[in-house]
Design a protein around this ligand. Structure first.
Ligand code: 4AZ
Length: 753
């Protein structure tokens, strides 16, 4: 890297140029004008004073309005950076030091301005951020080093700060920056880092901008194209998170493993550094034959068979080359890098591309039994087209066949709603009541219950007081209201306000919206999750419902010949834990005072699979230890809605337990469908949830843990307790959970919660 890089090019003038002529001075005040006005002094003084008072009043008013009343509008922070490049100079290390002779000599020629201040605009005044710092590191003498946000990990990083870290590698090297811990605010408008492929913060050389949380097993790593890199941190004045820690090092320019000849009938290749970020300004060519380009994907892309591929592709992308050779080219431009790609290639005989298998339209080969089974196995649905639907399937209008299980389960499985039409007996224009029966749509939300169960008034902005039933919510004053799930929805519906009392439960201290893919949870994401240990090992999960009580599965506390699991002294409860065997300052270990197994628990059918555990002393609640909300007996968790399972159980059937708390999103499954899928082994005290394509489920070791439902208000409710299943993550075999609503009164009676 030889030049100070920048967008604006500036070639310094020589000192002999007419430097002075270029300077324009502000004109001096014209004194003769003042003398002419002398005769009218008293009148002007009077008018002047009135005018001055008016201007002062107006200015004061404006200032008060601006700084006090316009506060809301001033929150938006803007940052201004400026920079210039000097294209006719080689960069030498001494230019890093403004006091060096070399820097000062350069400064004589160029009025050099390294802009690193960020400002809040207010009227015409620029208010600078409270702190702004620059650190410079030279890699080489020491091969690696660490950068941390100030205060990491024990105290919050500072607010309203702009910090930059300049990294120099030796000539012929790139800078590599690897974040091993990253947790900033989720909103990149507030706190964020930026990594630049330059020494000054130039928009056109931003490699990446990050905020939010990155899991420990999701490497966040960037590599520069040359031997410099700049990391910047900008924070606002709000909530401060733990921050980040990163390791920097240098890698030889030539070391990059990219491009080359690919031989053999099968193989895999990836973009450089995959799954970390590829470097900017990189071209890799794998094998043979150049191809014509088109103008799709003008920025970073992969080009194969004259086709450019870019952006995020959540599904497999298949490209077929009808030739015995091809070229794959990967190109990145100078800004914004990403994690790249991984690709498999396989040679095939054109006359028989998928011997013994089904050839998808996108040329993927799948096993024959996967065709016409109602699941999209090809990724382009071609295995589900032109099928003759079986007697156990329904024919969707769009030609697909779907299992009769999915008929009227409130999930649009066909994609065109064929499976969800004609489900009630009501005509169009009629409303179908939850417990059957039809009423005119006009009667919905008219303030009077017209359906026998009041369901025509259950999803309205106003609630109606009506006779108590399984479809109503009972307030503390024993009045029943029609609104569905009124608890903690931020509207007071009960006359006594009891539906909005005690709504601190189920709140999570952080937002975790930026996690994509993967299954690791983050610190404090599920603060009600408990790990129950026996003899030093994790055995089951549980959920915190108060500072004294946990809910778990009855089968977790069932004695066997070796261990008396029903005895409280056998157990240790770990609260606020993320990684097994890695307690931190938020983790609390508790012993138990008592265990209450549900009296109706049936060890053969797993009916009433629920138990309560009392801690031997109350736990101090914190951001990582917090109770989940218990749903009222009539709370509805409708099929098709998304719920979260969490636990340290096995990560596959007959697999190993997880070390980091895992999470997975599944959907609630209609009870009738579930009863059929589970061959009649479910009871009304159970509910099913899963992903019926298979691959996502709870497993051994997750038992007793929560099935968490996140309500729109943000409060999380305990919908279920992990109970049983037919293996783990098998197709058409959902997980079975204890239906917590059935036990609301029993929990209240047993614990007072
Ligand atoms: C278990 O053995 C277990 N697939 C829990 C849940 C499931 C299966 C087994 C659901 O604890």
């Amino acid at each position: 890297m030889d030049l100070l890089r920048s967008g604006t090019r500036f070639i310094p003038k020589t000192l002999n140029d007419d430097g002075d002529n270029a300077v324009t001075y502000l004109p001096a005040a014209d004194t003769t004008e003042l003398e002419k006005q002398r005769g009218y002094k008293p009148l002007y003084v009077g008018l002047g004073l009135v005018g001055l008072a008016a201007v002062l009043t107006l200015t004061t008013g404006l200032l008060v309005w601006h700084f006090h009343l316009r506060r809301e509008e001033m929150i938006l922070k803007k940052m201004y950076f400026g920079s210039m490049s000097i294209t006719n100079q080689r960069f030498i290390d001494s230019y890093n030091n403004p006091n060096s002779q070399e820097f000062q000599q350069l400064g004589v020629q160029v009025y050099l301005f390294t802009a690193h201040q960020c400002c809040l605009p207010s009227l015409s005044v620029a208010v600078c951020l409270s702190a702004s710092k620059t650190y410079t590191y030279h890699i080489g003498k020491l091969p690696t080093g660490t950068i941390e946000s100030p205060g990491f990990p024990n105290s919050p990083y500072p607010s309203d700060t702009y910090i930059q870290w300049r990294l120099h590698a030796e000539r012929g090297h790139r800078v590599q920056l690897m974040f091993d811990y990253f947790d900033l605010e989720d909103d990149c408008q507030k706190d964020f880092i930026r990594v630049y492929d330059s020494l000054v913060p130039l928009e056109q050389q931003v490699m990446t901008e990050k905020c939010g949380y990155y899991k420990r097993n999701e490497p966040l790593s960037v590599v520069s194209s040359g031997n410099v890199m700049l990391l910047t941190l900008v924070t606002n004045k709000e909530k401060n998170y733990p921050g980040f820690r990163a390791t920097y090092s240098q890698v030889p320019l030539q070391s990059q493993d990219c491009g080359g000849k690919l031989t053999g009938l099968k193989g895999t290749f990836t973009s450089p550094n995959f799954p970390s970020h590829y470097p900017p300004q990189t071209t890799c060519v794998w094998d043979i034959e150049p191809v014509k380009s088109n103008n799709k994907c003008p920025k970073d892309h992969v080009e194969v068979n004259n086709e450019k591929i870019c952006g995020y592709k959540p599904y497999i992308t298949v490209v077929t080359v009808r030739d015995n050779r091809t070229t794959v080219t990967f190109k990145s431009d100078m800004s914004y890098v990403d994690t790249g790609f991984t690709a498999d290639f396989e040679a095939f005989v054109p006359t028989n591309p998928c011997p013994g298998k089904f050839a998808c339209a996108n040329n993927l080969c799948i096993n024959n039994p996967l065709t016409c089974d109602g699941w999209d196995d090809c990724g382009d649905n071609s295995d589900e087209r032109n099928c003759k639907c079986g007697s156990d399937q329904i024919q969707c209008r769009n030609g697909l066949c779907k299992s009769k299980f999915w008929l009227c389960d409130k999930v649009n499985d066909c994609g065109d709603n064929t499976d969800e039409g004609n489900c009630g007996s009501c005509q169009s224009g009629d409303f179908s009541c939850r417990n059957g029966g039809c009423i005119s749509e006009n009667l919905k939300c008219d303030g009077r219950p017209d359906c026998p169960d009041g369901s025509d008034e259950s999803k309205c902005s106003r609630s109606v007081v009506m006779q108590c039933s399984e479809y109503t919510y009972q307030c503390k004053n024993n009045q029943c209201i029609s609104k569905l799930n009124p608890e903690c929805d931020e509207d007071v519906d009960c006359e006594d306000g009891s539906d909005e009392a005690d709504c601190q439960c189920g709140k999570r201290p952080y937002r975790h919206s930026r996690i994509v893919g993967g299954q690791d949870s983050s610190e404090g994401e599920w603060p009600w999750q408990v790990s129950l240990h026996v003899q030093g090992s994790h055995v089951c999960g549980a959920s915190i419902i108060s500072d004294r009580w946990l809910v778990t599965a009855a089968h977790c506390v069932q004695d066997n010949v070796e261990v008396k699991y029903s005895q409280p002294q056998q157990w240790e409860a770990y609260l606020g834990l993320l990684v097994q065997s890695q307690s931190n300052k938020w983790t609390v270990k508790k012993n138990l005072k008592q265990i209450i197994q549900h009296p109706g628990y049936n060890k053969d059918s797993y009916d009433n699979d629920i138990a309560l555990m009392e801690l031997d002393s109350p736990v101090e609640l914190s951001q990582n230890i917090w109770p989940v909300c218990l749903p009222s007996a009539t709370h509805d968790f409708p099929p098709g809605k998304s719920v979260w399972i969490t636990g340290w159980g096995d990560t596959m059937e007959l697999g190993f337990a997880a070390s980091i708390l895992q999470k997975a999103e599944v959907r609630i499954i209609n009870s009738t469908v579930c009863e059929t899928l589970m061959e009649g082994q479910t009871t009304p005290n159970m509910m099913c949830a899963g992903v019926l394509e298979g691959g996502v489920d709870a497993c051994q070791g997750d038992s007793g843990g929560p099935l968490s439902f996140i309500e729109t208000s943000g409060n999380v409710f305990l919908a279920g307790v992990v109970s049983w299943g037919d293996g783990c993550a098998r197709r058409n075999k959902p997980g079975v959970y204890t239906r917590v609503t059935k036990y609301r009164d029993w929990i209240k009676r047993s614990t007072g919660v």
